[in-house]
Design a protein around this ligand. Structure first.
Ligand code: PMP
Length: 414
C-alpha cells in the first residue's frame, strides 16, 4: 500500500470532534438485526396443529437422533451433503464442532491409530484472518494453532499441503469456505480439490468445513463452492470431511437448527457417541423449520429478504471507506458478496490503536487480533467489521468515525 502523509493536526482535530459527539455504537459481533429476526416470526405460530413428521414420528416424543428427514433434505443441497449423511441436531453448529473435537480426544476417530488424548501433541491449521471462536475452542483443548495465510482463493494451499504432509500431529484445519468470516472469500475449485486430495501424514486428519454462510448471498451473483465431500469421497478420502452449518442466520440466532454432515463411517462414530449425550434433538423446532422454509427455493426466497435488509449496510461501509480513505492509501478492505463481515486492513502496527481510539470515541469494534489464533495478528493490521446488527444510519456513523480513527492512528504511528 502506498500511503499519503496524514496531517497530524487535522487528524487530531477530527478525532476531538468525534469524541465530543459522545457516540455509543457497536459493530463488534455478527448478529442478525431485530428486523432480520422478524423475517422468521412465522416460526412462532408453527408447527400449529401438526404433531407428526412426514415419516409419522410424533415430534413431541423422544428419539430420532439423526433429526427430521424433511429438514435434512432441505439443507442437503445448500450444505452439499446427501440428506442421508446429514444430521439435523440442536440449536448451534459451534456446539457440534466442540463436540467433534471432544469426542476425537476421547474416542478413536475412524482411521485413527489412537485417541487425540493419547497423542503427544495435536495441531490445527488456522487460515488467517479467521473466526475467533474456532481458535478459542481449539485453544481450550490445548490444540496448537498454526497460522496459514488466507488468500483470495482460500488458504495458501502450498503451505497447507506441506504442513499436513510433513507433520502427523496436524490433525485438522478450520475452514469457512464460503463468504468466509471475516474476509468474505469463497474457496476456489482448485483449493477445494487440493484439500480433498492432498496427502496427509495423519491418518485421522479432519477438515472442519464450517459452511456457516452457505446461503447468505448479498447479490444475485451467488458464489459457487465445489463439493468437498464428493471430491474427497471420489479420492478415497471421504472420512477427512466434517461439514457444519446452521440456520442461526437464516431464522433465529440461538433458536435455529445446527447440521453435521460426514461419511457413513464418521456418522456411525458420531451417533454412537452422541447417543450417550442425548436421546434426540428438538424435533418440534425442526418441524417448524421444515414447515416454514418448505424447500431449497423457500430458503433462497427467505435469504433474499435478508439481503435486502443487510445489503445496503455492506454497500454503505464500502462507500464511506472509499470516500474517507480511498485516496489516502491508508487502508484496504474486502467487498464481500455474501456472509456477515468485512475485513479492513490498516497500516501495520496500528490496528490495536485504531480499536482503542474508536472505543474512546464510543465505537465498539471487535478487538484487533481476534481474527488470529491467540489474538496475535503479527502485523497488527486487521480489523473485522460486522455491519449487520446496527441500523443503517448507525453503521454509517460508525464507519465515518472509524475512518477518523484510522487517520489519527496512522498520523501518530511511532
Ligand atoms: N461459524 C461461523 C464462521 C460463524 O461466523 C458463526 C457465527 N458468528 C458460527 C459458526 C456460529 O454458528 P452457530 O450459531 O450455528 O453456533
Amino acid at each position: 500500500m502506498t500511503t499519503a502523509p496524514v496531517d497530524v493536526e487535522s487528524a487530531r482535530r477530527d478525532y476531538a470532534a468525534l469524541v465530543d459527539r459522545g457516540l455509543s455504537l457497536d459493530i463488534t459481533r455478527g448478529k442478525p438485526s431485530p428486523r432480520q429476526l422478524d423475517l422468521a416470526d412465522g416460526l412462532l405460530a408453527l408447527p400449529g396443529d401438526v404433531r407428526k413428521a412426514e415419516d409419522g414420528t410424533d415430534v413431541r416424543n423422544y428419539g430420532g437422533l439423526k433429526g427430521l428427514p424433511e429438514l435434512r433434505r432441505i439443507f442437503a443441497g445448500p450444505l452439499q451433503v446427501p440428506a442421508e449423511q446429514l444430521l439435523a441436531a440442536g440449536n448451534s453448529s459451534l456446539e457440534l464442532m466442540h463436540d467433534s473435537i471432544v469426542q476425537a480426544f476421547l474416542s478413536k476417530l475412524p482411521g485413527a491409530e489412537r485417541r487425540w488424548a493419547d497423542e503427544p501433541s495435536v495441531k490445527f491449521l488456522c487460515p488467517v484472518p479467521g473466526y475467533d471462536r474456532h481458535f478459542a475452542l481449539a485453544e481450550r483443548f490445548g490444540i496448537e494453532l498454526i497460522q496459514v495465510p488466507l488468500t483470495e482463493t482460500g488458504p495458501d494451499m502450498d503451505v497447507v499441503e506441506r504442513l499436513v504432509a510433513e507433520d502427523a500431529a496436524v490433525k485438522g484445519i478450520w475452514c469457512v469456505p464460503k463468504y468466509s468470516n471475516p474476509t468474505g472469500v469463497t474457496y476456489s475449485d482448485d483449493t477445494v480439490r487440493r484439500l480433498a486430495t492432498m496427502t496427509t501424514a495423519a491418518p485421522d486428519f479432519r477438515i472442519f468445513w464450517d459452511n456457516a454462510y452457505a446461503v447468505h448471498h448479498l447479490t444475485e451473483d451467488e458464489a459457487r463452492l465445489a463439493d468437498l465431500l464428493a471430491l474427497a469421497t471420489e479420492a478415497g478420502n471421504a472420512d477427512r470431511v466434517f461439514v457444519f452449518g446452521s440456520t442461526s442466520k437464516v431464522t433465529y440466532a440461538g433458536g435455529g437448527v445446527g447440521f453435521f454432515g460426514a461419511s457413513e463411517a464418521n456418522l456411525a462414530w458420531w451417533t454412537g457417541l452422541i447417543g450417550k449425550r442425548t436421546i434426540g434433538p428438538d424435533k418440534v423446532n425442526q418441524l417448524r423449520h421444515a414447515l416454514f422454509l418448505r424447500d431449497e427455493d423457500g430458503v433462497r426466497e427467505h435469504m433474499r429478504k435478508h439481503a435486502e435488509l443487510i445489503g445496503p449496510k455492506f454497500a454503505a461501509v464500502d462507500e464511506i471507506l472509499t470516500k474517507e480513505l480511498g485516496e489516502s492509501g491508508l487502508a484496504s478492505w474486502t467487498k464481500p458478496t455474501g456472509g456477515y463481515f468485512i475485513s479492513l486492513t490498516v497500516p501495520s502496527g496500528t490496528a490495536k490503536e485504531v480499536v482503542r481510539l474508536a472505543k474512546e470515541a464510543g465505537i465498539a469494534l471487535t478487538p484487533a487480533g481476534a481474527t488470529h489464533p491467540y489474538g496475535d495478528d503479527p502485523d497488527d493490521a486487521v480489523i473485522r467489521i460486522a455491519p449487520t446488527y446496527p441500523e443503517l444510519a448507525e453503521v454509517e456513523e460508525a464507519i465515518r468515525g472509524l475512518a477518523v480513527c484510522v487517520r489519527l492512528a496512522a498520523a501518530t504511528k511511532k
